[in-house]
Structures are given as structure tokens and as C-alpha cells.
Design a protein around this ligand. Structure first.
Ligand code: C5P
Length: 234
């Protein structure tokens, strides 16, 4: 299992400062909407020049043509993980997979992992009820969306670690799970609802855990990362 640290900052300078502070403890970073909209692709170039891996978390959700072209553009930056919304529909997911494969073989590039967002970890069953989805638990709904993602050729899904086990049992251990909503024991939940500790995520079978504020908002980000790694490895 690998830790991906979420660089949820509003400027490239703040993101670089955090990466420099964390140092060699973390080699995978997530560039999300706020940072990408503020800094553009420069942050990806910089992370690559520092030999870091990049998860570009822009959660594309649009008509098939638009979403698949955005996926191709994202791959051109040399990203390692790209994501799209599973709720964008099967046609959209399939087209994204095809475009990405075509683009990577045409340009002889290694193919980034294409991951589907299922149900955001800030949402739970109350949200499903409110939106009229009465027949599903959050795990059941995530599994349904993950099944569609697999059917369309995606490499895996973003979900809560609470759903990793059921996803792996039903869709196979090679179907990747990227799990945010991670909080070390005793940490502030902030806006996350379906949280899991790093150690539990490991036991549940997550391939990648995404950790933001427990590292980025810590007084000593390197120390926080080190503690989490120690917890996972002991
Ligand atoms: O600070 P925190 O650890 O809550 O950060 C989690 C990161 O994972 C954020 O960047 C958030 O956008 C992202 N994320 C999430 N839930 C999802 C997909 C992505 O929390 N389902």
C-alpha cells in the first residue's frame, strides 16, 4: 500500500513548501482542483522534476467526447493516475478508456491508471436518501458503480477504505482501490464522514491511501508522515 499526499493548496509555492518539508517520506502526490486551477500544469512539471509521482484528481464528469479529450490531455502531462466520475455513465467511461489507450500507444507513453470516483467520502446514506436512492446502502451503491467502472475497462475506483473489502471480493484483487477519508486514530475528522485509520486501510486491502490534512496541516508534516508510515509498517 502506498500513501498519496493531497496537495490541497491555493498556490504552487505552498505546495512546493510542503513537498520539500515532507522530503523523502512521501513519493506520491495528489494535485486536485484547487491547486490545478490556481497553478496550472506547472506543479505537475515540478513534481516530476523532483521524481515524484502524480495523481491528477480532477474528477472529470462530462459528455463522453469532452471527458475523454480531457483524459488524453491529462495523460500528456506524464501523470500516473487520472480520475473520472463513474456517475458520468458507461459510454463516457468506455470512451475515456479507449481514448487513453489510443493516445498512449500512438505516443508510446506509459499509460496512467484511470480510476473512477464512486461516492465521495464526504457523503453517506443520508445523501443517498435525500437524492431518492432508497434501495442502496453506501457500500452497495459504491459496489454498483465500481462494477460499471470495471465493465468499462477502468483500472480501479476511488472509494472509502470501508468498501475496499467488498470491492475486492466482488471485482477481484487486481481491481485497484484508491481510498481517501483516512484519519489516524484520534485525529480530527473535519468534513470526512466515512473514515478509516491507515492501518485499517492496509488490512482492508487498499492499494493507495490518500491523506491530506493529517499531513499537510500538521505542525511537522515530515513527522506526521513518518508516524503514519511507522503505524502502517509495524
Ligand atoms: O484532507 P483530507 O485527508 O480529507 O483530503 C482528502 C483528499 O481526497 C481531498 O483532496 C479530497 O478532495 C479527496 N477525495 C475525497 N473523497 C473522494 C475523492 C477524493 O476526500 N471520494
Amino acid at each position: 500500500m502506498e500513501i498519496i499526499t493531497a496537495l490541497d493548496f491555493d498556490s504552487i509555492d505552498k505546495a512546493k513548501e510542503l513537498v520539500n518539508k515532507v522530503g523523502s517520506h512521501i513519493s506520491y502526490y495528489k494535485v486536485g482542483l484547487e491547486l490545478f486551477v490556481s497553478s496550472g500544469p506547472a506543479i505537475i512539471d515540478w513534481l516530476k522534476s523532483e521524481n515524484k509521482k502524480v495523481f491528477l484528481d480532477l474528477k472529470f464528469h462530462d459528455i463522453p467526447n469532452t471527458a475523454s479529450r480531457a483524459v488524453s490531455a491529462a495523460a500528456n502531462y506524464g501523470t500516473d493516475i487520472i480520475n473520472i466520475h463513474t456517475q458520468g455513465g458507461k459510454e463516457m467511461m468506455t470512451k475515456c478508456v479507449e481514448e487513453l489507450q489510443n493516445q498512449c500507444s500512438k505516443k508510446n507513453m506509459s499509460k496512467p491508471l484511470l480510476i473512477g470516483v464512486t461516492l465521495l467520502t464526504s457523503l453517506d446514506e443520508n445523501h443517498l436518501q435525500e437524492y431518492g436512492i432508497h434501495d442502496f446502502s453506501s457500500a452497495g451503491y459504491v459496489l454498483k458503480l465500481a462494477g460499471y467502472a470495471k465493465e468499462c475497462g477502468l483500472d480501479g475506483v476511488v472509494s472509502s477504505a470501508k468498501e475496499t473489502k467488498v470491492i475486492k471480493e466482488n471485482l477481484g484483487k487486481d481491481f485497484i482501490t484508491v481510498t481517501p477519508g483516512i484519519r489516524p486514530a484520534g485525529a480530527d475528522l473535519t468534513d470526512q464522514k466515512r473514515v478509516v485509520t491507515p492501518k485499517d486501510a492496509l488490512h482492508l486491502g487498499s492499494d493507495y491511501i490518500v491523506i491530506g490534512r493529517p499531513i499537510t496541516a500538521a505542525k511537522d508534516p515530515a513527522g506526521a508522515a513518518e508516524l503514519i508510515l511507522k503505524e502502517i509498517n509495524e
